[in-house]
Design a protein around this ligand. Structure first.
Ligand code: DGY
Length: 339
């Protein structure tokens, strides 16, 4: 062997960080790999994303970048797609597996923060916080009124959780233990009896949940099966005094049908953190008073967003077989590709 080639520094893998993230988190990657960042936080169109991925072994994504079979075919060097989001409906995991590309998401680290937000949004919706603040800020407040912005109670009410994964359970716990709520839930698979018992939550059918709940909170992952899980027919089952909160994904609720139900006061109010076609929001939702709107921020506390980003980096380094975690991505969705 030629002695000079022996000393040659091994080629560092290339990684694309598709959105602007915390500099110190990126610095963890820079120590080991060649990094291309997106400091302006531009949303790259698909051809641009593909162009930037040429020659890259890994990509750090969020819940927005589309990783599909066409992209994988155009980026044959790609070995790892690591997302800082828990939801991964933007990534075609079977196509990645078929191409031998490791995929990871970021569960657990955001559970409690997201549950805090879901509960806060449900409370803001029930107690008409945004509507009353807009009234005050616009100078309309002249005097105290006996039923001024009278909403509905949260304590003691029936909480209906649609989707009882980690975040759904954390919301139910808040409701039952903190607010004396009665919790019912609907999930594809029923929780073990001991878990139900620990939470104080009862499994019911979807229709029963919609009929019974005073406050429905949606926490199901998005998939073809959950597309428009709540549309006109489901909204028609709800109480006219009920609220609907969606912190899961746009597309699970039929936003046009929801806007109609809110306009016609078929339900009292809605709290929405996610939207069909976001960041574009259905114009009727924007003009309705009885809806609280937030820009997909349920997991956005600083410590949690940092933890999510760091977890994506842990996964990337492990998948690219770098450092102490080499080969053991902590939250891989298809660990079988590593053999
Ligand atoms: C998630 O982690 O899935 C949040 O919705 C952010 O995309």
């Amino acid at each position: 062997m030629n002695p000079s080639s022996e000393r040659r520094t091994p080629i560092r893998p290339g990684v694309l960080v598709a959105r602007a993230v915390f500099p110190d988190v990126v610095a963890r990657l820079v120590e080991h790999v060649d990094v291309e960042t997106n400091d302006n936080d531009e949303i790259w169109p698909q051809p641009e994303l593909i162009r930037r991925l040429q020659g890259k072994a890994g990509v750090f994504v969020t819940g927005g970048e589309k990783i599909d079979a066409a992209l994988l075919a155009a980026c044959p060097g790609l070995r790892a797609v690591c997302s800082m989001a828990v939801g991964y409906n933007n990534i075609d995991v079977p196509a990645c597996t078929a191409a031998g590309v490791l995929v990871s998401n970021a569960p657990d680290v955001l559970t409690e923060t997201t549950a805090d937000f879901g509960f806060a949004l449900m409370m803001a919706t029930a107690r008409r916080i945004s509507e009353s603040e807009r009234f005050l800020r616009s100078g309309q407040w002249r005097h105290w009124g006996v039923d001024m912005f009278a909403g509905s109670d949260v304590h003691g009410a029936t909480l209906g959780v649609l989707g009882m994964g980690r975040i759904g359970q954390a919301i139910a716990r808040r409701g039952v233990l903190g607010f004396g709520m009665k919790a019912i839930y609907h999930n594809r698979s029923r929780l073990p009896e001991a878990v139900e018992h620990g939470l104080g939550a009862r499994h019911v059918g979807k229709e029963e949940l919609l009929r019974e709940a005073d406050h429905v909170v949606i926490v199901v992952p998005y998939s073809a099966a959950s597309h428009h899980l709540v549309g006109a027919a489901e909204l028609a089952l709800m109480k006219p005094t009920a609220t609907l909160t969606n912190i899961a994904r746009g597309g699970i609720v039929d936003d046009a049908a929801l806007a109609r139900a809110l306009q016609e006061r078929r339900i009292a109010a809605a709290g929405l953190d996610v939207f069909e076609g976001e960041p574009v929001v259905h114009p009727d939702l924007l003009s309705l008073p009885n809806v609280v709107l937030t820009p997909h921020i349920a997991s956005s506390s600083l410590p949690t967003r940092r933890a999510m980003a760091n977890l994506a980096v842990d996964n990337l380094l492990a998948a690219l077989r770098i450092g102490q975690q080499a080969g053991r991505p902590p939250t891989a969705l298809n660990p079988e590709v590593l053999g």
